[in-house]
Design a protein around this ligand. Structure first.
Ligand code: SF4
Length: 245
C-alpha cells in the first residue's frame, strides 16, 4: 500500500497521509488517531458513529434513539453489518429530529417525548439507549436528568451515552464511551439466574456478518457457557450479569 493524493485533493496536499492505495507486499498505514483533514472523502466516522454504530447499536432489543438532527440518523440500519435475530434495531430508525427551534429552546422536551412515544409504539423493547450528537453538546441538554425521568415513567432502563460527534478525532473515542457507559451503568445491575465454573463473556465481538453465531457454539461444544457476547446479537438483559463470568 502507499499513500496517494487523488486529483480531486490536489489543492489539499495535507490529505495525502490519509488515503492509501492497496499494494500487496508494501503495507503502509494511513494517518490514524489524528484529526481528519476534510476533502473528497474521509476515512473515519465521528465519536457518535463509533458509540452508536459499533458498540451500542448491536444490542438487539432496545430502542436506539439518536438525539440530534435527522442527518446523524444516517448511522442506523443501512450502514452496519452487525446482524441479529430480531428486526427491532435493523428495521427501525429512532431520532429526536432536532431542528433550529431546538437549538434556541433546547431539545430536552423533544427527547422526553420521543422516549415515551417510542416506548408506547414498541413496548417489546427492553431498554432505551440515547445517543447525544454534536448539537446536543452545543445546546447543553441535561440528558442524564431526562433519561432518569423517562425511565421512571416507562419502567425500563433509559441509558444516556455522552458521545457528541466532535468529542474525539475519530469514532474510536465513541467505542470507549459506549464501553465505559455500559460497564458503569448496566453491567452489575442484575445477577445471573445461575452460575457455573465455566462461565465466560466474549467481549468485543459485534456479530459482523454473523461471526458470533459461529464462534459461540465452538465454546459451548468445549463445555464453556457463554454468559454474554458484548455486544453482537446481545439482548439487553444479557449485559447486566456479565460481572459474574
Ligand atoms: S459529526 Fe456530529 S453532526 Fe456529524 S454525524 Fe457525527 S454527531 Fe452528527
Amino acid at each position: 500500500m502507499t499513500t496517494i493524493l487523488p486529483e480531486c485533493d490536489i489543492p489539499i496536499p495535507q490529505r495525502k497521509p490519509h488515503i492509501v492505495c492497496h499494494e500487496p507486499g508494501n503495507v503502509v498505514l494511513p494517518a490514524c488517531n489524528v484529526q481528519t483533514v476534510p476533502g473528497d472523502m474521509t476515512e473515519r466516522g465521528c465519536t457518535f458513529a463509533g458509540c452508536r454504530g459499533v458498540v451500542g447499536g448491536p444490542v438487539k432489543d432496545v430502542i436506539q434513539l439518536v438525539h440530534g438532527p435527522i442527518g446523524c440518523a444516517y448511522y442506523t440500519w443501512g450502514t452496519r453489518r452487525n446482524l441479529s435475530d430480531t428486526k427491532l434495531h435493523r428495521k427501525y430508525c429512532f431520532s429526536t429530529d432536532l431542528t433550529e427551534d431546538s437549538v434556541i429552546y433546547g431539545g430536552a422536551k423533544k427527547l422526553y417525548n420521543s422516549i415515551i412515544e417510542s416506548h408506547e409504539l414498541f413496548p417489546e423493547a427492553k431498554a432505551v439507549f440515547v445517543y447525544s450528537t454534536c448539537v446536543v453538546g452545543l445546546i447543553g441538554d441535561d440528558t442524564e436528568a431526562v433519561c432518569k425521568q423517562a425511565s421512571e415513567k416507562t419502567g425500563i432502563p433509559v441509558v444516556p451515552f455522552h458521545c457528541e460527534g466532535f468529542r474525539g478525532v475519530s469514532q474510536s473515542l465513541g467505542h470507549h464511551i459506549a464501553n465505559r457507559t455500559l460497564f458503569e451503568k448496566v453491567v452489575g445491575t442484575e445477577e445471573p439466574q445461575t452460575t457455573t465454573p465455566y462461565d465466560m463473556c466474549i467481549i468485543g465481538e459485534f456479530n459482523i456478518d454473523g461471526d458470533a453465531w459461529i464462534v459461540k457454539p465452538l465454546f459451548e461444544r468445549m463445555g464453556v457457557r457463554v454468559l454474554s457476547v458484548f455486544t453482537g446479537n446481545a439482548a439487553y438483559h444479557d449485559l447486566p450479569p456479565m460481572h459474574r463470568a
